[in-house]
Design a protein around this ligand. Structure first.
Ligand code: MG
Ligand code: MG
Length: 248
C-alpha cells in the first residue's frame, strides 16, 4: 500500500530534506584527495545532529555509518572507513538520510575527487540527467512505470549499464516504503501517481554492464565487471499540480 502524506506532513519532510541537502552540499567540497570516507561520515553526522535530526542510516539493519560512501566500482552501501582514503581521479557516491519530526528524507549524489577522466565525467553527468529526466515527468495521473522508463531510456541512449537488483522506494515515517521505484520499466504500467505520494528516485548506472555483486562485508555492492558506477537520488513529493523535490 502506498501511503499518502498530507501537505502538513510534506512540509515536515521538506525540513528533513533540507538537512540532507545541506549534508550533500558540504560533501561536494569536502570530498578531496587525502580525506577518508570515515571523516566524511563524521562531518555528515555532525551536520545532521546539529540540525536536531537523526541519521536515518546509522544502525539501519546494522549499518555502521551515517552515510553510504561508495567509491569507483562500488555502486551503493559502501561502509565509511578510516582506511579508505580518497585520491585524485576517484568518484564517490554519497548517500544520506535524515530523520526529523517523524519523517525521513533520502538523497544521494556522486562527486568527482579532483580531476577525473572524461568517461567518469560522462557517467556522472548522464546519471544525474537520467534522474532529472525522470523527475520532470512526475505529476498526478502518470504511471510509476513512466518514471522508470525515462531512466532506462536515457541510460540506454548513454550506453550505460543499469543496476536492476536495487531500486528507489517510497519515503515517509519509514525510510523504505512502498512502492519500489525501478530504474527500468514500461510506460503505462505500475501504480498511478497521486498527490501526497512521496518517492525516492535513484538511478544507479555503470560504465560497463548491468550486473552487480555484494562484497563479503554483506553490505557493499560493486559492479561485477569492475567498471565505474554512479548514483544520484532525490526524495520527491507528488503535488496537486506536479511535484516538489524535497532534497534539493
Ligand atoms: Mg539514499
Ligand atoms: Mg533511497
Amino acid at each position: 500500500m502506498i501511503e499518502l502524506k498530507s501537505s502538513e506532513e510534506i512540509k515536515k519532510m521538506l525540513a528533513s530534506g533540507k538537512v540532507v541537502s545541506k549534508v550533500l552540499k558540504t560533501m561536494q567540497t569536502a570530498a578531496v584527495p587525502g580525506i577518508s570516507t570515515w571523516e566524511l561520515d563524521k562531518i555528515a553526522e555532525e551536520i545532521i545532529r546539529s540540525a536536531g535530526a537523526v541519521p536515518s542510516f546509522l544502525g539501519y539493519g546494522g549499518f555502521p555509518g551515517s552515510i553510504c560512501a561508495s567509491v569507483n566500482d562500488e555502486v551503493v552501501h559502501g561502509i565509511p572507513s578510516k582506511e579508505r582514503i580518497l585520491k585524485e581521479g576517484d568518484i564517490i557516491g554519497i548517500d544520506v538520510g535524515a530523520y526529523l519530526n517523524g519523517f525521513h528524507a533520502d538523497s544521494a549524489l556522486t562527486v568527482p575527487v579532483g580531476k577525473v577522466s572524461g568517461e567518469a565525467k560522462r557517467l556522472l553527468a548522464t546519471t544525474k540527467k537520467a534522474l532529472y529526466k525522470a523527475l520532470e515527468l512526475i505529476k498526478p495521473g502518470i504511471h510509476l512505470g513512466d518514471v522508470s522508463h525515462a531512466v532506462e531510456t536515457y541510460a540506454t541512449e548513454g550506453k550505460l549499464g543499469i543496476v536492476r537488483d536495487y531500486c528507489g522506494h517510497g519515503v515517509g515515517r519509514k525510510l523504505h516504503e512502498d512502492p519500489c521505484v525501478l530504474n527500468y520499466g514500461k510506460k503505462g504500467t505500475g501504480p498511478i501517481l497521486k498527490a501526497g505520494m512521496v518517492i525516492a528516485v535513484e538511478p544507479m548506472l555503470n560504465l560497463g554492464g548491468d550486473e552487480v555483486e555484494v562484497l563479503d562485508n554483506d553490505w557493499t555492492v560493486v559492479t561485477a565487471d569492475g567498471s565505474l558506477s554512479a548514483h544520484f537520488e532525490h526524495t520527491v513529493a507528488v503535488t496537486e499540480t506536479g511535484h516538489l523535490i524535497l532534497t534539493e
